[in-house]
Design a protein around this ligand. Structure first.
Ligand SMILES: [Zn+2]
Length: 372
């Protein structure tokens, strides 16, 4: 909070050097809970099951998130129509409900609401710039009416489409963050991360980075390349990262979608809370100050980020009331062999087994073509 009791804005926080903890991914978490259809990944649950969306927002907030993104992924009539399952609800209704839910929960704490737009099927079909921009504008109109705090353009595979999104979002006068779901090799057209960052900042983005598609350490590497590109071009922007909560070391340029296990058998790849602490530290060390997650991130992963960066942030999240740092609550256990696990050394150095004797440690990702 600012001294006058109002919430500090996103740029006010980042300009002051504060660490901003983001939230985790909603579509995959809510698919697993039974509220989202895999493949469609559309957010009609904001209208159909507001209690489910509200609860997930609340858990991310309790875990330490400083930002709640509106549950508006793929929320345009184009995408809803393709899916063919959302018949009696419009994109506008979903966008409005999602804004109300995020605001309601954000106001239970010090969190900001970010209105989020994402890639459109119509860009994929090589439709016109004006048609793609009209889709973003329609979502933006709701975000403005609902007074979101800032805007995020996320999950773009092509920097060009992200530039269009940034240009539209900027017309609101609100701060804009932009994240691409790209690899260290760059976007789908192999525009390098450094060049992508330069183009997004030149388009007007205040915060740039990466989300989804690849694991946290790969994301740190890509954002570091973006940072170097910006430095070489004498440009400045805040850096942001919201990666997967899954290990994807063997993934190619196409990201986790190319894994044979996507999307229904990814459990063996889940990242532990201890690995999340390593990620938070690495991200911080390369200068990323907006640190959150995407698909595969559950609230306890966000709590791990907040716990790792508690010395820098000067506080622990509410959910840490039930969690001793580095497993310390186990040190109170009455069985000595469990007590022995109540320390950082044990958890930091553990190599968790998968429990699957026939499970390969790596998969062979599917190859993708540019048009895919
Ligand atoms: Zn994701």
């Amino acid at each position: 909070m600012a001294v006058d009791g109002r919430k500090k804005g996103i740029l006010e926080r980042l300009d002051a050097g504060e660490v901003v903890i983001g939230d985790g991914g909603y579509v995959m978490a809510l698919e697993r809970r039974g509220y989202v259809t895999a493949g469609h990944w559309t957010p009609e649950a904001a209208v159909e099951h507001p209690e489910a969306v509200r609860q997930l927002h609340r858990e991310f907030l309790r875990a330490g998130a400083n930002v709640l993104e509106t549950f508006t992924f793929y929320c345009n009539d184009d995408k809803l129509k393709i899916c063919g399952k959302v018949l009696n609800i419009t994109g506008q209704q979903i966008n409005e409900a999602a804004c109300d839910l995020a605001r309601e929960v954000a106001n239970e704490g010090d969190a900001l609401v970010a209105g989020a737009v994402s890639q459109t099927p119509c860009y994929f079909d090589a439709t016109s710039e004006s048609k793609v921009k009209a889709i973003f504008k329609k979502q933006l109109d709701v975000f403005i009416e609902k007074k979101v705090d800032f805007l995020i353009a996320e999950f773009f595979e092509h920097v060009e489409e992200a530039e269009w999104a940034v240009q539209v979002l900027l017309t609101s006068g609100k701060p804009v963050g932009a994240t691409l779901c790209i690899s260290p090799e760059g976007d789908k057209h192999r525009v390098s991360p450094g060049d992508c960052a330069v183009r997004l900042v030149k388009a007007g983005a205040n915060i740039v980075g990466v989300n989804c598609h690849l694991d946290p350490m790969c994301g740190v590497k890509t954002v570091k390349l973006m940072k170097e590109g910006l430095e070489a071009a004498n440009l400045k922007a805040h850096l942001m990262l919201q990666p997967l909560g899954f290990h994807t070391p063997e993934c190619n340029h196409g990201g986790y979608i190319t894994l044979p296990e996507f999307p229904f058998a990814l459990e063996a790849r889940a990242i532990t809370r201890w690995d999340m602490q390593k990620y938070a530290r690495e991200a911080y060390n390369v200068g990323i100050r907006y640190i959150g997650g995407c698909c595969g991130f559950e609230p306890y992963h966000i709590r791990a980020l907040a716990e790792e960066l508690a010395p820098e942030r000067g506080l622990l999240p509410p959910a840490s009331e039930k969690h001793g740092l580095w497993g310390s609550t186990l040190a109170e256990h009455y069985k000595p062999w469990i007590r022995a696990r109540g320390n950082r050394d044990y958890w930091e150095n553990l190599l968790p087994a998968s429990g699957r004797p026939k499970c390969p440690s790596m998969a062979t990702p599917h190859e993708i073509l540019l048009k895919d």
